[in-house]
Structures are given as C-alpha cells and as structure tokens.
Design a protein around this ligand. Structure first.
Ligand code: MG
Ligand code: MG
Length: 626
C-alpha cells in the first residue's frame, strides 16, 4: 500500500521515544535501523509489540552492508550474518531487508558474481518469506548509481529482490531521474526520500551529516517522486535523513517536521500529476489547499508597564485610536498599519513579555479563506489556540509560531472579518501618517530550529522561500533566507545564528530564544519622515561617516546633496538592477528590537549590502551603552 514511512535513523533519542513520536506525528509505518536495536534495552519482539500498540507497521530492517562479491571466507561469513538478520526480522515481524552496495576494498569488480550472491541470498530469504532491497550508495566501491544497482537486480532476477530507490544517492550523483519511470514496479523494493542543501561537499559527508527532509534542501525531490510514481510503484515511501541537527533536536519536533514535509511532497506530487493529466495519489491524509494570504492585519507587542515602547511608536507617527473593551490593550494605528500594545498583567502576552521583555508576541495574518487556512494548519500538526476572551469579544483562532508566539488566522479585509469594532472602543479610526505598510519582519532563529521553522512557514502558512545568503558580521557570519507569500505581501527574512558573538547570536541571548528582531515599515518619502520623527524625539542608529565616503565612490552618479542629506540623517542606500532603496534603523530598544523604515523605488531586495554597516553600528551602539 502506498503510504508514508520514516526510518528511525532520522531522529535522535531512544527507540521507544522515536516510535512514540513517529506514531504521534501520524505515521503508520516505520523502518528500523539496526543501530537503534543495539541500544534498545528490551528484546526485538518487545519492539514489535510496542510498534503494534502504536499502530505502526515495521516495513523493513536495514542495513545489510558489504555483502556482495566478497572472497571466501568472507563470503560464507556474510551469508551467516544475513541469516542472523533474518532471525532478527522474524522477531521484529518485518518481511523486508534493505542492503546497500558494498564499500569494501575486498569486494570484486564482477557483476556476475555480485548478481549471483544477490540471487543466492534472495533464494534463502524466499524460504523464510522475506524480500530484499538493494540500494546503490553514492560512494559504493563498484556500484554507485541506480543504473548499476538495477542491472544487478535484473541479472539476479528473483521475484523477492528489488532495487531501493533513495532520492539522496540518485540526486547527489546527478543520476538521470526521468528514466526511473521505466523501471517495472515489481522490480522496486522500497522508495526512500530525503533532501540536501546544494553545497559542495563530498557525498558521504553530506549524506551522513546534512541530509534533510524533502523541501528543506535543493535536490529535485519532486521530479524524483513524480518519476517513481509513474512506474506504478505503490509501496511505502520512507523518509531517511541522517542529520546531526535532527538527532540533537526534540524527537517529537523532527517526526512532526518529517510528516509536514511528506505531506507537502504529496501535495506537490498530485499538483504535478494533475498538470500531466494523471490521477492524484493522495498519499496519507488529503491536505486542504493553502489559502491565499491577503496581508498583515496587525502585529501585537507585549510591553508590560514599560512606556518607552509607546513613546517610540508615537515618535514614528502612530496614534492610539482605540482601547480594548475588557483588557489593558491599546490599538495604535498609522494608515493601514495596526500595532496592538498589550499591557495585561496576566495571560499569554504577559507571560511572553516576562520571558522576552518588550517583544512582538503575535501576528495577525489575513487569509482569503481563514477557515481553510486553519484546517490546513490542523492537518499539518499545528493545533488551534483559542485565547481567553471577554463577553461579546470575537474569537480569532491562532496557531503557535516561533517561541510560542501566536499567529492569528484572520479573514480578508474586504469581508469585514477583522473584528476591531467588536473588541475595541475607538476614539477615531483614521490615523494618517507617512508610514504606509509592513514591509517585512525578521525572525532570528537558532540554527537547530531553522529548518523546522522554514518548514512551518512553508507548509502551515503556504509561504515560499528564496535562496540562502551569507551575511558578514563584525563577529562572524550568519545566514539569511527570505520566506515570503507567493505575491510577496508578507516577507520574513529568517536569520540564522551559528553561535559566537554575531548580532544574531547576541539577540538570541538577550531575547531568551528565537524571535522577531526588527519590523520594517514602508514610506513613500523617507527624508521627510525621518526629519519629522527626529523632531518627535526618535533616535536613529548612528552610521559611521566612512559609509557615506564609500557610497560616493561606489555610486559615482549619486548626487552630492543627496548623500549629504543621507549622511545627516543616517539613511542607507542601495541600488539593484530594478531600482533604488533607502533605509534607516531606529536605535535598538531594550537591546533586542528595532524598527527599520524603508523607501522602495521599484527595488525588490532587502538592502543586504548594508547589513554589515548596520551590524557594526549596532555593535558600537551596544558598546556605548555597556
Ligand atoms: Mg537509503
Ligand atoms: Mg530588514
């Protein structure tokens, strides 16, 4: 039966914990890696009983290594070793054994001998009702690609011997993918999926440390799955990712992420098949389609009793337009920008503020179909959160975001589902000003959480990702990857901390975890805006003079008067093929948060060229404060 599975090697922890997490994430099938049994305190039949209790089928045991084409006495010893694996399979209650191509220097470069060994072993397995799968390791001694492995399987020609198609080994060696579709389904023993970043590294190191789940890397996993399904193969599709970060992460999180990635892979597969006029396969549970994101309705800050943040908002031109009917919550507005300031002394925002200080604790996203968006979130293992509400207040469902912040799923603006009037008493609803919209907000993430949150944004919210960029920091480097809605109305640069004392790492220390480090707001006239904000008492980040000297050298056609004006105010500049960009940063608030103001003149990037000077200026700012 066509179904998702996961190899126990993809997660860290004890075998018992892995099985429980896998079942909880919605898997009904699991592949047991033999090392997991070695460290298991009970007997293999206890594993079988445990899996049965959890509703998990053990679809296979792996691996049998360095088996084929060995000289005597190693050959005889290998067959004995295989018999012991068969005994183990009997106890585990599984019928399938995965073997991988030999890496042994003793193995002969002899196709006929290798095929004869496979045939012999298959005959022995058949007597016990077992099936075998043969997989080409990308770094195998003589068999490195699926075409070679398939040739051996065909030469051996046994009904209970099939090829194991592992997307990693096939993609990493850039083996042809489309011809996979011509393999008869009966010759396929098992299909394994994983992904990997598109970095230059030897295949074995990449495989053992950096494999990730489908959609988290750069391999053409979708084409692979599409080709394999065209064979008519309808057996299990198993995740197999060796990854140090995964093994060090909470097992429940990794199992859930694995299922999310598979569900997305299944969704993509059926979209690709529909485009080719093929029937959908609906592997696992059907996933409600991602709802179109209409934009950001509001962001909410937990501030406690601290008034400094409100002063900053006012300085940026925000006005308090409404008070909550039953809570110490105010609505600050400027044009379409809504910032909710939560001063409650109990409840969610208060708890968030205690942990992180003044911080963005919630985000309200507008969806075309919030009901469908919520169904999708639930189907992807993101449960609904309903907050404490007062009488007559609207109930807005939310899901948990980074560090248990909340993401509210709201209706599109046009259908009046934003509910402000029901919950808030307005002094005025109009709040004119120079700031027009949310441009982006940056998430700073621990490296160990990065793939997990990228998967969350892509699967649960239906966002897409841009390629990764590396950013120089005075104290090291960090990585940044932009996640955005398909129409770019919502943009979230994810900045990944790799430890050390980079700004990103210092944020994690000061904030007490991952979180939103800055929010960028867009204006049509940054110069007028900044002058007005300075007059209202806002302090902006001091940019070193050298930056402006360098600017006139980099952009020779840039007007001197314009540079002088930027220098005077601390505005940064960038230019791309499509346009010009002006940006400025406020001084950092409570060592963690700052606003960025941007003016885009048909420019679509984020001013990454200016990030190093911003980081250096923030280091200087911090040193002045310390
Ligand atoms: Mg494999
Ligand atoms: Mg920015």
């Amino acid at each position: 039966m066509l179904r998702w599975s996961i190899a126990t090697v993809s997660m860290g922890g004890t075998l018992e914990a892995k099985l429980a997490a896998v079942a909880r994430a919605g898997f009904r099938a699991v592949e047991i890696f033999e090392n997991d049994l070695t460290f298991f305190s009970g007997k293999p039949r206890d594993v079988r009983a445990r899996a049965e209790d959890l509703g998990l089928e053990i679809i296979g045991l792996q691996p049998l290594r360095d088996f084929e084409a060995m000289p005597e006495p190693l050959r005889t010893r290998n067959f004995d070793r295989a018999e012991r694996k068969f005994d183990l399979m009997e106890e585990l209650g599984t019928r399938f054994l995965g073997m991988c191509s030999s890496v042994s220097e003793d193995s002969a470069d002899d196709k006929d001998r290798a095929a004869a060994d496979l045939a012999d072993l298959a005959d022995r397995a058949a007597r016990r009702g077992f099936r075998l799968g043969y997989e080409a390791l990308a770094w195998g001694r003589h068999v490195r690609d699926w075409m070679q492995a398939y040739e051996l399987v065909c030469l051996a020609d046994r009904p209970n011997l099939g090829i194991v198609l592992d997307s990693f080994h096939i993609c990493v060696n850039k083996n042809p993918i489309a011809p996979l579709a011509d393999i008869p389904a009966a010759r396929i023993g098992l299909v394994q999926l994983s992904d990997a970043p598109g970095i230059l590294m030897d295949p074995m190191s990449l495989s053992r440390h950096h494999r990730c789940f489908p959609g988290q890397g750069d391999h053409p996993v979708a084409q692979f799955l599409d080709a394999v399904m065209k064979t008519g193969y309808r057996g299990p599709v198993s995740l197999e990712a060796f990854n140090d970060q995964f093994r060090g992460a909470p097992v429940a999180m990794i199992a859930r992420d694995g299922m999310r990635c598979l569900q997305m892979a299944g969704e993509r597969l059926d979209m690709d098949r529909a485009a080719q006029g093929l029937e959908p396969l609906r592997i696992g549970a059907a996933l409600p389609a991602a709802s179109h994101i209409d934009g950001i309705e509001f962001v909410e800050f937990a501030t406690g009793e601290s008034s400094g943040f409100v002063d900053l908002l006012k300085g940026l031109g925000f006005a308090r337009v409404a008070r909550h009917r039953s809570k110490a919550v105010d609505l600050y507005r400027q044009n379409d920008l809504n910032i909710v300031v939560n001063r409650e002394q109990e409840g969610f925002a208060h708890a968030f503020g205690l942990l992180h200080g003044t911080s963005m604790c919630a985000l309200g996203l507008r969806f075309e179909r919030p009901d469908v968006a919520l169904d999708r979130a639930n189907a992807l293992g993101a449960p609904t959160y309903f907050g404490r509400i007062g009488p007559g207040e609207s109930l807005i469902p939310a899901v948990a975001g980074v560090e248990n912040s909340l993401i509210y799923l709201m209706g599109a603006k046009t259908d009046g589902a934003t509910n402000w009037d029901r919950d808030f008493v307005f002094d005025s609803s109009e709040a004119p000003g120079a700031l027009k919209s949310f441009d982006h907000f940056s998430n700073v993430l621990r490296r160990s959480e990065f793939l997990s949150w990228m998967t969350f944004y892509k699967s649960v919210l239906g966002l897409v990702n841009d390629p990764q960029v590396e950013v120089a920091d005075p104290y090291g480097a960090f990585y940044s990857r932009v996640i955005r809605s398909p129409d770019a109305k919502v943009r979230i640069p994810l900045n990944i901390a790799d430890g050390g004392s980079t700004a990103v790492s210092r944020f994690i220390d000061a904030f007490g975890g991952s979180g939103v480090q800055h929010i960028a707001l867009e204006t049509d006239d940054i110069f007028t805006f900044v002058e007005a904000a300075v007059a209202r008492g806002v302090t902006f980040l001091t940019i070193p003079d050298n930056y402006y000297d360098d600017l006139s050298a980099r952009f020779a056609d840039l007007d001197d008067a314009l540079i002088a004006r930027m220098r005077h105010l601390g505005i940064l500049y960038d230019r791309s093929r499509t346009g010009e960009f002006f940006q400025i940063y406020t001084a950092t608030f409570e060592k963690t948060f700052f606003f960025e103001i941007v003016e885009r003149r048909t420019y679509e990037l984020f001013g990454a060229a200016n990030t190093p000077v911003r980081l250096a200026a923030q280091v200087a700012e911090q040193e002045r404060e310390d």
